[in-house]
Design a protein around this ligand. Structure first.
Ligand SMILES: *[C@@H]1O[C@H](CO)[C@@H](O)[C@H](O)[C@H]1NC(C)=O
Ligand SMILES: *[C@@H]1O[C@H](CO)[C@@H](O)[C@H](O)[C@H]1NC(C)=O
Ligand SMILES: *[C@@H]1O[C@H](CO)[C@@H](O)[C@H](O)[C@H]1NC(C)=O
Ligand SMILES: *[C@@H]1O[C@H](CO)[C@@H](O)[C@H](O)[C@H]1NC(C)=O
Length: 405
């Protein structure tokens, strides 16, 4: 691919001739420069020796037609030498090999900060044209669904609720991806296919905060949600207005399984924890403490997600217990965690992932999954309590009795 773009796939004959000549001049010039600086060893300079041949002469020429190849090469050479063009400074040429920038991301300290791209996005680009003109729109929000093809109707309806301001990312747990191409939107979506994993497994692997840094809000949603009464742009507006860092649409259960907290209130825009049961989470002995969201349609702000991602355990794939720990990531939690009532969804409770379990010892697949969920919950709570204790002890602080469960 690189070769094609570099040499220019569509080039007129006289341009080709010009390119050959400029390349030739360039090579000769490079050679002359080379012999006029005999003390410079390429390996010492610590840049790839292929630098000169790979310089995109044609592109440079197109961009700055006034700039001759020689000038360009000379500039490139000067910049490699650390900006000094006078030959009298040639003994200082080893600058770049000494480069060490501690403020760069870990592992990238040898690079000049200007070239470091620490963050990324899911924007689709073209293979041709100017990179700066690839994107007509840069979506500010990301929506992910963990899906099986059986739920295609539901997902189709859901995705259509999200405008071009949203990047769409599907995690396929059943290995079926090409079938989705029957939907027009599927072509602009990102598809990640890994069999029989949970949404927290995918999120941990594919939604690193640096990868999704372009997005103000990140929706991590299940596949079995009815979105008839949901408007994504309105939702974002409300979340901003009320300063919610972690939120979820109000839930209208069609099978009465919903926690009080996430249940939709018909009479308001949003509700937060405080209005429900003041301090309800300060007492760890209340069993469903801060089971804030049945984490099925959570929306995280960029900052909240950066924290939550770090808390997701690689092996505890069901994420049970995460809901009560989310509040660790925002401060004050009772102000920044909430339910958006006026944009609400219906939970259809399709036992999708449960069916991906394994029948064993006469038990149904979902039973094994349920059992593991419970176990993970205990393990997660144990780890968190232990981590708190260890940290506090290291800091020489007596752990308060209430957290030592
Ligand atoms: C490099 O060149 C730029 C502009 O030509 C100048 O501002 C800068 O001070 C130079 N840096 C060094 C290290 O000479
Ligand atoms: C270049 O390298 C030599 C030997 O490694 C060192 O003595 C000298 O200080 C270096 N010069 C600069 C400008 O870093
Ligand atoms: C997308 O975002 C822009 C800028 O925030 C807004 O003007 C536009 O209305 C949004 N598109 C839709 C479909 O809401
Ligand atoms: C914690 O418990 C111990 C023993 O049960 C008790 O002596 C101590 O006063 C308690 N500390 C606090 C802060 O409640």
């Amino acid at each position: 691919m690189g070769t094609i773009t570099r040499s220019g796939a569509v080039r007129k004959p006289n341009e080709t001739m010009r390119l050959i000549i400029t390349t030739f001049i360039g090579v000769v010039f490079g050679f002359l420069v080379g012999i006029s600086f005999p003390t410079i060893s390429l390996s010492k300079l610590n840049f790839p020796s292929s630098l000169l041949p790979s310089i995109d002469l044609s592109y440079i020429e197109d961009k700055n037609s006034g700039l001759s190849t020689q000038t360009f090469l000379h500039r490139a050479w000067s910049s490699v030498k650390g900006n000094r063009s006078s030959p009298s400074h040639s003994q200082n040429l080893n600058d770049t090999s000494k480069l060490w920038v501690p403020t760069n991301p870990r592992g990238a300290e040898r690079l000049p900060p200007g070239i470091v791209e620490a963050e990324s996005d899911f924007y689709l680009r073209r293979l041709w044209g100017k990179p700066s003109e690839d994107l007509t729109i840069k979506p500010k929000y990301l929506v992910t669904f963990t899906v099986g093809y059986d739920q295609k109707a539901n997902i189709d309806a859901a995705v259509k609720k999200f405008s071009e301001n949203f990047s769409i990312l599907l995690f396929h747990y059943d290995g079926r991806t090409s079938e989705w191409d029957e939907f027009e939107w599927s072509k602009r979506a990102i598809h990640v296919s890994v069999r029989k994993q949970t949404k927290w497994w995918y999120a941990k692997r594919f939604l690193h905060p640096d990868i999704v840094a372009a997005y103000d809000y990140i929706f991590i949603w299940d596949e079995d949600l009815g979105v008839e009464h949901f408007n994504a742009e309105e939702y974002i507006k409300l979340v901003r207005k009320h300063g919610l860092e972690i939120s979820q649409p109000g839930l209208e259960p069609n099978r009465g399984l919903t926690w009080q907290m996430t249940k939709r209130r018909g009479d308001r825009e949003v509700h937060k924890e405080t209005e429900e049961r003041p301090g309800w989470c300060s007492d760890p002995h209340l069993p469903p403490c801060a089971a804030f969201v049945e984490i099925m349609a959570t929306v995280f702000s960029r900052d909240a997600w950066r924290c939550v991602w770090y808390m997701i355990q690689n092996d505890l794939v069901h994420g049970w217990g995460l809901d009560f720990a989310l509040r660790r990531c925002v401060d004050p939690a009772h102000e920044k965690i909430g339910v958006v009532d006026s944009q609400w969804i219906v939970h259809q409770t399709v036992p999708s992932l449960g069916n991906q379990g394994e029948a064993k010892e006469g038990k149904a697949p979902w039973e094994g999954v349920r059992e593991r969920c419970r176990k993970e919950w205990t393990m997660f709570q144990g780890r968190l309590a232990q981590a708190d204790k260890t940290y506090l002890m290291e800091m020489g602080i007596e752990p308060p009795n209430s957290t030592a469960r």
